[in-house]
Design a protein around this ligand. Structure first.
Ligand code: NBP
Length: 468
């Protein structure tokens, strides 16, 4: 008997995805570069599932029915290229490779072109939800040709998370559209995580709340408009007690945030495409700054006392609104980026569908997505959600609270990079006249870069200084 699908790479994601597929009734061939990992997986986790392990790549490929569908769940970067190189001699025209890791979208385009020369189909597929999602239902974002997607549509729809709006999987678009959308998903994830952390910081340092109290607030918020996976895990984190010390574990964790690259790629891409995503980008810098622990320790001594400000728990309702404000603007910046990329790269992405498949399974799933979809439905061509009156009213209603929180944070010398960037983003985009006229004059002064005028057509340059 041949397997209906194959999975290469049996680390956390690959194992759970293979089990998910098998538990949905498919037979799955599995292979991992290091045989030991495959053995352990089969011994410890496989029960009644139809999982066929292989310890030889040729045997693995030949154990899958044609046209073969093979999911790569290996580390992003060169491992994907190396795996493709190794698989290629055993593949036949019409077979399909699915890269389900967090590959850079430019790599996906390159691989797609190379494989198409060999008649091999390729789907760059974003998968979100961590190991739990991979096992119980992730959000799946496949991109490539529709023909390739159709070969695995039934599997993907079955294994994906389900919401009242259907399975959290859709054909995202052409070429690397799936990996692009997953990249921006992660960029938004960085910003929301940072915003939550900023609110937490103010609660503990200014409102002097302990982790248990903070957890209670996040739990309450999770029952309201802020209901989301990231708020849910935050209150659960607040409650976890370290067995050794009997202290809240979060208080014992070193404040250095790691990153694997998708947030940075989002920021780089936004700069390349000229789309403003300040909150997504600043969230990456916030992680970078967190790494300078020693310097921060030294400089905090030089700076002196902080956090002395009068504020009471009535600020909590302002914090809730501030977080909603930041989450909304993080999503809207990410969506604008996807929308511009869709045009620039001919992805043909349906943003409403993207928001629908983010509703379940993925890390940024949130109740707010229904509101975003409502706004987008008012005008599906809208690249910038702020153009909607509904969105603007939502933000303006939150603004007094946001400004209050920002002012308390400033007075306490507490950094809130994402919240601050969201305020400036809103104020900048709603400012008819920005001081960019002065920047243009400065550029022309020292570099003869020219400028346009508001009172007549054309490009102008003046001699600002006498050259000897
Ligand atoms: P890792 O990203 O840690 O990768 C480990 C896997 O890659 C192992 O199976 C390893 O095989 C294999 N591998 C490596 Br490393 N180099 C290889 C090579 N040159 N040839 C073949 N195989 C190679 O695993 P993961 O955390 O399961 O993530 C898999 C993908 O999914 C990544 O792209 C990741 O970014 C993405 N992702 C992860 C999560 C998550 O929560 N972890 C969530 C969403 C997406 P070995 O056993 O022989 O070393």
């Amino acid at each position: 008997m041949k397997a209906q699908i194959g999975v290469v790479g049996l680390a956390v994601m690959g194992q759970n995805l293979a089990l998910n597929i098998a538990r949905n009734g498919y037979s799955v061939a599995v292979y991992n570069r290091t045989a030991e990992r495959t053995k352990k997986f089969v011994e410890e986790r496989v029960k009644a599932e139809k999982i066929l392990p292989s310890y030889d790549l040729q045997h693995f490929v030949q154990s899958i029915e044609r046209p073969r569908k093979i999911i790569l769940m290996v580390k992003a970067g060169t491992p994907v290229d190396e795996m493709i190189e190794e698989l290629l001699p055993f593949l036949e025209r019409g077979d399909l490779l699915i890269d389900a890791g967090n590959s850079h979208y430019a790599d996906t385009n390159r691989r797609l072109d190379k494989l198409s020369e060999h008649g091999i189909l390729y789907l760059g597929t974003g998968v979100s939800g961590g190991e739990y999602g991979a096992l119980h239902g992730p959000s799946i974002m496949p991109g490539g040709t529709l023909q390739a997607y159709k070969l695995v549509e039934d599997v993907f729809l079955k294994i994906a998370a389900k919401t009242e709006d259907g399975p959290c999987c859709t054909y995202v678009g052409n070429r690397s559209a799936g990996h692009f959308v997953k990249m921006v998903h992660n960029g938004i994830e960085y910003a929301i995580m940072q915003a939550i952390s900023e609110i937490y910081d103010l609660m503990r340092k200014v409102l002097k709340m302990n982790s248990e109290e903070i957890g209670q607030v996040f739990e309450r918020w999770n029952n309201g408009e802020l209901s989301s996976f990231l708020v849910e895990i935050t209150y659960k984190i607040m409650r976890r007690i370290d067995e050794e010390t009997n202290k809240p574990l979060v208080e014992l964790i070193l404040d250095k945030a790691e990153q694997k690259g998708t947030g940075k790629w989002t920021a780089q891409t936004a700069l390349d495409l000229g789309v403003p995503t300040p909150s997504l980008s600043t969230a990456v810098f916030a992680r970078t700054i967190s790494h300078f622990k020693e310097q921060r320790e030294q400089l905090s001594k030089i700076f002196g006392e902080k956090h002395k400000v009068n504020a009471d728990k009535s600020l909590l309702q302002d914090l809730e609104k501030s977080l909603l404000f930041a989450v909304f603007l993080s999503f809207s910046q990410g969506l604008w980026l996807i929308s511009e990329a869709s045009v620039a790269y001919n992805y043909n992405i349906d943003l409403l569908e993207v928001l629908r498949i983010w509703k379940g399974g993925c890390i940024i799933r949130a109740k707010l997505l229904d509101f975003l979809r409502r706004i987008l439905k008012e005008n599906p061509q809208n690249v910038n959600l702020l153009a909607s009156e509904t969105a603007m009213n939502f933000l303006k209603e939150k603004l007094p609270s946001v400004l209050k929180v920002s002012s308390v944070a400033r007075e306490a010398s507490l950094p809130m990079p994402v919240l601050s960037s969201c305020i400036d983003y809103l104020f900048s985009l709603t400012e008819e006249n920005l001081p960019a006229n002065l920047i243009q004059a400065q550029r022309d002064f020292f570099g003869a870069h020219t400028f346009e005028r508001i009172d007549k057509e054309g490009t102008f340059h003046v001699e600002w200084q006498e050259l000897e």
